[in-house]
Design a protein around this ligand. Structure first.
Ligand code: SF4
Length: 63
């Protein structure tokens, strides 16, 4: 079972770095905040890269 990534939308500034890094995993919602819509949409390594790149460190693994 793949781990699930989770975005704290209160902290997200909508910079789109995670969206550009893992477009199969993250997308911006109607409010311009990132959300994880498919944790299986990319490798855990690439998701970790997106987590590490987030300028406000608001993406976490859950579970
Ligand atoms: Fe939001 Fe972080 Fe993704 Fe930027 S990298 S859109 S701040 S979750």
């Amino acid at each position: 079972m793949a781990r699930t990534a989770w975005v704290d939308k209160e902290q997200c500034i909508g910079c789109e770095l995670c969206v550009n890094t893992c477009p199969g995993v993250f997308r911006l919602d109607a409010d311009g905040k990132s959300e994880c819509y498919d944790s299986t949409g990319d490798s855990e390594g690439n998701i970790q890269t997106a987590i590490d790149m987030c300028p406000v460190s608001c993406i976490q693994w859950k579970g």
